[in-house]
Design a binder for this molecule. Structure first.
Ligand code: 5RP
Ligand code: CA
Ligand code: ZN
Length: 226
């Protein structure tokens, strides 16, 4: 299944990844950022419905000079003490948040349209692919409408979020380590879409569905970690 997922990602298709019952219990739609189109953003909005984010590798974040949002808030709390009271130390499903800054490409209008978000996400991937890290501020502004997520330094060896799973998939597929992800929601229950319903969606739409465990095992094997 993992091979099918990597093949699909290289072809520019989306894959569905359920993390685990012990974590968020959510399925994210994931795709390589370099291939994102405005039609994809419409699918993420309408069929997934969560927050459209762009996970990036720790290495890319470091090259771009982007921090985690927690680090920004901590630094700014010297001036605005309430920010330290907002510390996300009590997330119920993980030890740390992957959230970073929000951005828009400078050649967007409001930044929220499908075309604008697709441009922001795709251009970020191209900038990283071409190693034009020093042009980040020239081409992007913040705040914006695409939330960046930073994968942990040791990726899935350190944290098992969709952020790390997205980056592991990009790495194993040999793609630029910038992705797009969005959680699948259930309009009827007001909760996350169940794994069974996410699987059914994958079958109906001919998409690969992966369980986090399978992805994590494949990544360990890829790294040669016992
Ligand atoms: C951003 C999120 C989602 O859960 C997304 O899947 C990435 O986060 P994580 O790495 O924690 O799974 O929080 O909407
Ligand atoms: Ca999360
Ligand atoms: Zn998640």
């Amino acid at each position: 299944m993992i091979k099918e997922a990597l093949r699909a990602l290289r072809k520019g298709e989306m894959v569905l990844v359920f993390d685990s019952e012990d974590r968020e219990g959510e399925t994210d739609m994931i795709k390589a950022a370099e291939f994102v189109t405005h039609e994809d953003i419409a699918i993420l909005r309408n069929d997934a419905g969560g927050l459209i984010c762009a996970p990036i590798s720790a290495k890319n974040a470091e090259k771009l000079g982007i921090p985690y949002m927690t680090s920004i808030l901590e630094t700014a709390s010297n001036k605005y003490p309430v920010l330290s009271e907002l510390s996300p130390h009590d997330i119920p499903y993980d030890e740390k948040s992957a959230f970073s800054i929000t951005i828009n490409h400078r050649n967007t209008f409001t930044g929220i349209t499908d075309r604008d978000r697709a441009k922001t996400i795709r251009e970020l991937a191209l900038l990283c692919k071409n190693k034009e890290y020093d042009k980040f501020g020239k081409f992007f502004r913040s705040p914006g409408h695409v939330t960046l997520l930073i994968a942990s330094k040791n990726n899935l060896l350190e944290r098992t979020g969709h952020t790390e799973m997205s980056i592991a998939l990009m790495e194993m597929a040999g793609l630029t380590e910038v992705a797009v992800c969005c959680e699948m929601m259930d309009d009827e229950t007001g909760r996350a879409l169940s794994m069974q319903d996410a699987k059914r969606y994958a079958e109906r739409n001919d998409l690969v569905f992966l369980k986090g465990e399978e992805l994590i095992n494949a990544y360990y094997e890829y790294l040669g970690v016992p």
